[in-house]
Design a protein around this ligand. Structure first.
Ligand code: F6R
Ligand code: MG
Ligand code: MG
Length: 372
């Protein structure tokens, strides 16, 4: 049996500000997904949340890009938005960019990661959800999970992993898709995915095309052409026997790395791996957070979630991330804590700069005369 795992997420109202999610929205989403499961439209579901994002994990047999499943998620987001409006939650309906659903949530605001698999007898998966950052936040950890033997020992030790993996990378400006196999094309892969403003790892597969990881790549600012929040990505990964061990999937987050996002989607800061209950980015609207939800998938049934970062072995990573946050905050509004101008294109800064330019119109710096 082929099972599709769809993770569809949206920010449809924050509590308080952009920091967290009101329990009423989670309850509503669970109620509606239970109805869909009772009606046999879906196999199973799990509702996650990180910061102000509602993440719907849905298993089904409809395949990827299914209008039925995307439509279900869209309706849930709309119904939750109603509650968010009643409660006056912040930015109610923020990520629902279209007025009505037209077959696929892609390009309409919500983020989507999907994967269709032939389940193994035991199918461990980990779903990562992040808040206050962008899809390229997964570039470095995905490289470490699936290509770096210093992280994933199995790439060296285990014959089932020794062939390596293929990375499918999207150029978000041109829409080009690159397929690069590791280890032999590792340097080419790094040449592009180190450019996190432009290149985003969309998928990782085995050489025969078997899915290993799938990420959401929607960039809200490209959809709408102005600042509508960061893209707060999700990622589905498979673990064990032929894939990285669960601990190898989690390991990159034991050493926090710097990502785009944080306050006003305009700053660089550490990605902090937290247990579910700590996924409430408050300090300077951050720092960016990631949760890891582990499941055993059985005939489409999601046995879980297990809160994978709820482990004292990640306490030190949280302390390091706090240190990194202090260090970056020392820089205040100045680059490189604040993003460079090109990356600020879709924030509110260009409006301020435009006003300033019109005020200064006609005033030129005096030219120096030759020889003086
Ligand atoms: C970052 C984020 C927040 C807001 C900030 C200002 O992704 O969502 O940092 O950008 O709180 O929010 P507004 O413009 O809604 O007042
Ligand atoms: Mg928000
Ligand atoms: Mg968010």
């Amino acid at each position: 049996m082929k099972t599709t795992i769809s993770v569809i997420k949206a920010d449809i109202g924050g509590y308080v500000g952009h920091s967290s999610m009101h329990p009423a929205l989670i309850e509503k989403a669970e109620e509606l997904l239970k109805k869909a499961r009772d009606a046999k439209l879906i196999l199973d579901f799990s509702v996650l949340r990180v910061g102000d994002d509602l993440d719907l994990v849905i298993t089904h047999t409809e395949g990827e890009d299914s209008p039925k499943i995307h439509g279900l998620a869209w309706n849930i987001f709309e119904e939750c938005t109603e509650i968010a409006r009643e409660l006056g939650l912040y930015g109610a309906g923020q990520d629902l960019l279209a007025d009505s659903f037209s077959g696929n949530v892609k390009g309409m605001g919500p983020g989507v990661a999907e994967m269709t698999i032939e389940e193994r007898p035991s199918e461990p998966i980990v779903i990562f959800c992040a808040d206050k950052t962008s899809p390229s936040a997964w570039n470095l950890p995905l490289f470490e999970m699936f290509a770096d033997p210093q992280c994933t020992a199995g790439l060296v030790i285990d014959p089932k992993l020794h062939d390596g993996f293929v990375f499918h990378v999207l150029d978000v400006y041109e829409g080009d898709l690159f397929r690069l196999a590791c280890p032999e094309e590792m340097y080419d892969l790094l040449a592009i995915i180190s450019g996190t403003g432009r290149y985003v790892v969309k998928e990782v597969t085995k050489r025969d095309g078997t899915p290993a990881a799938s990420a959401s790549v929607q960039k809200l600012n490209f959809i709408k052409g102005e600042y509508v929040g960061k893209d707060d990505p999700v990622l589905i990964t498979r673990g064990q026997s032929g894939f990285p061990a669960i601990g190898e999937l989690l390991e990159p987050f034991a050493r926090p790395h710097l990502v785009d996002g944080w306050m006003r989607g305009s700053h660089i800061g550490p990605l902090m791996a937290v247990p579910f209950h700590q996924a409430n980015p408050s300090r300077f609207d951050g720092p960016p957070r990631v949760i890891a939800a582990g499941y055993q998938l059985k005939n489409g049934r999601l046995i879980g979630p297990r809160d994978m970062f709820d482990d004292p072995a990640f306490d030190h990573a949280r302390e390091v991330a706090t240190e990194m946050a202090n260090y970056m905050r020392r820089q205040g509004i100045f680059e490189p804590h604040r993003l460079p101008e090109r990356e600020m294109e879709y924030t509110t800064l260009p409006h301020v700069l435009k006003r300033l330019r019109s005020k200064m119109k006609g005033t030129k710096a005096p030219k120096k005369k030759k020889g003086k």
